[in-house]
Unconditional design. Sequence first.
Length: 271
Amino acid sequence: MPTFPLTLVVITHNEVENIARCLDSVPFAAEKLVIDSGSDDDTVAVAQDHGARVVHQDWLGFGPQRNFATTLCANPWILALDADEYLTPELAIELQQRLPELMASKLPAAYLRRSTVFMGAPMRWYRPAVGEKMARLYHRDRARWSDARVHESLCFDGTVPTLRAPFNHVNNPTLVHKQLKVLRYSELKCRDWNDKNKPVRMWQTPFLFLLTFVKDYFLRLGFLDGWRGYLIAHTAAVYAVYKRMRYYEIRQNPESLPRAATALTRHQIDR
């Protein structure tokens, strides 16, 4: 298979179950770069066995970690995937067809569509899990990641194309993993809010669960995916409420911030 002057970038921490599938799904990348933040499983060895160059970097937060990775890429065009994501064969073919034109252009990026596998099966109707547009293919000199600790986004100017075929995301192998992620992402988001001195609006909280659930379950068509759709909508509503309650606690009791960080690190939920 021909290769393209493209770097696949994956940031990892204890992803031994996922990393090989992710790396192998992009056989046409001239470079595969893994930025690992201290895995204590076999992630590094497996990544190297599957053709990746592995660089250690202590955890900086999602946005800063991705920007750090960008500085190490040998190629100007970059494909960013998470370890639990992988290209479908259809997208791999489409990328090979479209990359020469994209790379010859002055475009800053391109959108890919992400489909989510939840509870062992693809979601069929829930909109954020079916063909969600995400900017993951970009030119390092024309786009950069936001500095957010979590929910980072790729920032660029102009209109960019969207590829049709999807890539897959295996979203939390169990509900236990999902709840642990809610804890971690909530804490990271609250730290960002605290740094920006965001106002506390606890008065919104009693309405937030209902509004978020209605949005995800009905407006985003979660109900069409049966009980799995209900669980996704419920989890989204819990996340929306919990992170605001946690932020209120941080503002009321700043000492809770380092104490929570210690607990999350001790239980290997954060690093």
